[in-house]
Design a binder for this molecule. Structure first.
Ligand SMILES: [Zn+2]
Length: 48
């Protein structure tokens, strides 16, 4: 299961499971990278 992702901006994001990671990443994108959106598949592809 993938639970961590390093955003290109340098922020380390993580969640308890894949669902939470996706939510955390999408929230980070919304707050820090307005206009950028990744869907679940893309997020999980980049996650480790
Ligand atoms: Zn970022």
């Amino acid at each position: 299961m993938k639970t961590r992702l390093s955003c290109p901006c340098g922020t380390a994001l993580s969640g308890a499971d894949e669902d939470e990671l996706v939510a955390v990443v999408q929230e980070h994108l919304r707050v820090e990278h307005e206009g950028r959106e990744y869907d679940r598949d893309m997020i999980l592809m980049m996650a480790t």
